[in-house]
Write a protein that binds this ligand. Structure first.
Ligand SMILES: Nc1ncnc2c1ncn2[C@@H]1O[C@H](COP(=O)(O)OP(=O)(O)OP(=O)(O)O)[C@@H](O)[C@H]1O
Ligand SMILES: [Mg+2]
Length: 293
């Protein structure tokens, strides 16, 4: 950001060459040798997973991080919201998961410099059935991502609203789960169920899986229910809940129909500014975790 508050984001050609995954690792700003892989998950629909994946990714790219979004949802909303039309998605997560394409064959550049996406295609809806009989069916994404590791600082996985085999692949590939939570009735019940799933995955498939944090989304500070649920969630999870709360903001909901992250669509709106604060918190939290480790 410049001192005048203007975003340092300029459009880039959408289909420019993707990074060479076999290139030697570059020094990362964080000093880590592997990217941070976060899965954005909540089995509840419409809580802001995709919006968070798109805009957190954009905010991280805007401060110079190299970011890859994996669209693991057959709805393909992350791909559309990042400006990749269905016609621009020759290969995607389906081909990656069933082993018909390598990651470098599926990566597409977005208009945000430093931000790439592996789009989802309609075939992904059938992938679950196909995966059931495949070898290492829970590890397909983890295995496929290995070749892209040197090229990125962050890999964000956007999930469908279900705890199915696709989401399970995301949980196995990730280091940590970021949970967008809408402040509404029953939010805590859904969260408890998700936390139990994370615990089960940790025991059986991915021992280092961590809860990165919970971000409250679509909040309306004038609404009592929002405030009550937010207080309950903070009491339940303490510091795991980000200080940043994403407000309900019409500019956020308009941006996807323009194929743009809200940070490009309206940088100054309350939603964009909240996602920038969230990105800062994600970076700070990660540095703290590295100091402890
Ligand atoms: N902060 C916000 N303010 C206003 N509208 C929002 C906000 N965040 C998300 N939305 C809108 O709410 C709807 C659901 O958001 P989103 O698609 O991100 O949720 P999701 O959890 O990914 O949904 P699904 O479970 O279907 O994948 C979208 O229309 C989106 O534009
Ligand atoms: Mg979504």
């Amino acid at each position: 950001m410049t001192s005048s508050g203007t975003a340092v984001i300029s459009p880039a050609p959408v289909m420019s060459p993707v990074p060479d995954p076999s290139a030697p690792p570059q020094t990362r700003a964080s000093g880590r040798t592997v990217p941070r892989i976060l899965i954005i998950a909540n089995q509840k629909g419409g809580v802001g997973k995709t919006t968070t994946a798109i805009n957190l990714a954009t905010a991280l790219a805007a401060i110079g991080r190299r970011v890859l979004v994996i669209d693991l949802d057959p709805q393909g909303n992350a791909s559309t919201g990042l400006g990749i039309p269905a016609s621009g998605r020759a290969r995607g997560t389906y081909d990656l998961m069933i082993g018909e394409a390598s990651i470098s064959e599926t990566i597409v550049r977005t208009a945000v410099p430093g931000l790439d996406v592996v789009p989802s295609t309609v075939d992904l809806a059938g992938a679950e059935l196909e995966l059931i009989d495949m070898e290492r069916r829970e590890y397909r994404l983890r295995d496929a991502l290995q070749a892209a590791m040197p090229a990125y600082d962050y890999i964000l996985v956007d999930c469908p609203p279900s705890l199915n085999l696709l989401t399970l692949n995301g949980l196995v590939a990730a280091q940590a789960v970021l949970v967008p939570l809408q402040c509404e009735f029953f939010a805590l019940e859904g969260l408890t169920h998700l936390l139990k799933t994370i615990e089960r995955v940790r025991h059986k498939l991915n021992p280092t899986l961590d809860l990165q944090g919970v971000v409250l989304t679509m909040a309306d500070a004038r609404n009592n229910l929002t405030n009550m649920v937010a207080a309950d969630v903070r009491q339940f999870l303490g510091e795991k809940v980000y200080q940043t709360v994403i407000p309900r903001n019409v500019r956020v909901s308009e941006a996807p129909s323009h194929g743009k992250p809200v940070l490009l669509y309206d940088f100054r709106c309350a939603g964009s500014q909240a996602y920038i604060r969230l990105a800062r918190e994600v970076l700070v939290r990660e540095r703290e975790e590295e100091r402890v480790a």
